[in-house]
Design a protein around this ligand. Structure first.
Ligand SMILES: Nc1ncnc2c1ncn2[C@@H]1O[C@H](COP(=O)(O)OP(=O)(O)OP(=O)(O)O)[C@@H](O)[C@H]1O
Length: 246
């Protein structure tokens, strides 16, 4: 059974070199939690979340409030600086599509690599199925991704990231997927993935979207939970995810 348990989890980003070394700065260092010359940003601050199967959680909050970092913490991209994060179930993190990609490798090798990273065996049949979804010419499978347009690259990465169902689906707002035709197709694939996932967490600035799709909205502010709002159960399939990054 899928579950997420964050207990008093925090995440500090160390900011190497983002400061000066003057005496004044050193004297002021302790005021900004600077340790041995390292400045730290606490992007997620003491957050506790318990989610079981069926949870649909929206993360809201102003720019820099910690939504993306919290998703990365749950995805295991970063370990917590303190507190604990325990996850049961396989996670599909749709956070930044470029993660894990090597532009110098040909497309099919990248697909194989991404599948392996997510614990899947990249068989010929699976790669072909992913490629069919992209609607790109077959010969392009053997070209380095460096030669792809950004829209083509997006198609390949989206098709790969969404090829398998997830127990836990994490969505950072990023869907401005290429041209109109593909967008409709991408949206349909995403809706399917969302409906199959046991737990879905969506970070977005789009309150109507969060209200349509989530049962709980967590409002973040400066990395902390400012409020948690229960939302009426969404109507059947009001899912509309085409949005631009803020
Ligand atoms: N790689 C990084 N290194 C250092 N600081 C970072 C890094 N990524 C984010 N931050 C900082 O962490 C804080 C939280 O950022 P985060 O991207 O999680 O916020 P967000 O709520 O997703 O913002 P937005 O709505 O603008 O996408 C911000 O202060 C940001 O400057």
């Amino acid at each position: 059974m899928a579950s997420i348990s964050l207990r008093n989890a925090s995440l500090d980003y160390p900011l190497y070199g983002a400061y000066d070394h003057s005496l004044k700065r050193r004297l002021l260092g302790h005021l900004i939690r600077e340790q041995s010359g390292m400045r730290i940003i606490r992007a997620v601050d003491n957050i506790t979340i318990e989610a079981e199967a069926g949870a649909r959680i929206g993360l809201a909050g102003p720019n820099g409030s910690g939504k993306s970092t919290l998703l990365r913490l749950i995805a295991g991209v970063y370990p917590p600086s303190c507190g604990s994060v325990a996850i049961k179930g396989n996670i599909v993190p749709l956070l930044g599509l470029n993660a894990g990609v090597n532009l110098d490798f040909v497309a099919e090798d990248n697909i194989a690599l991404l599948l392996r990273i997510s614990g899947r065996k990249p068989t010929r049949a699976i790669i072909d199925e992913i490629w069919a979804f992209t609607e790109l010419e077959e010969r392009m499978q053997r070209l380095p991704l460096r030669m792809f347009s950004s829209g083509m690259l997006m198609r390949v990465l989206f098709a790969t990231a969404t090829a398998f169902p997830a127990d836990i689906l994490l969505l950072d707002e990023w869907l401005s997927v290429v041209d109109e035709n593909f967008s409709a197709k991408a949206q349909a694939r995403l809706i399917k993935l969302v409906s199959q996932a046991a737990i879905v967490i969506i970070a977005s600035h789009d309150q109507p979207l969060l209200r349509r799709t989530c049962s709980t909205i967590i409002n973040l502010d400066h990395g902390r939970v400012a409020s948690t709002v229960a939302v009426e159960p969404p109507a059947t399939h009001p899912f509309e995810l085409r949005e631009k990054r803020a």
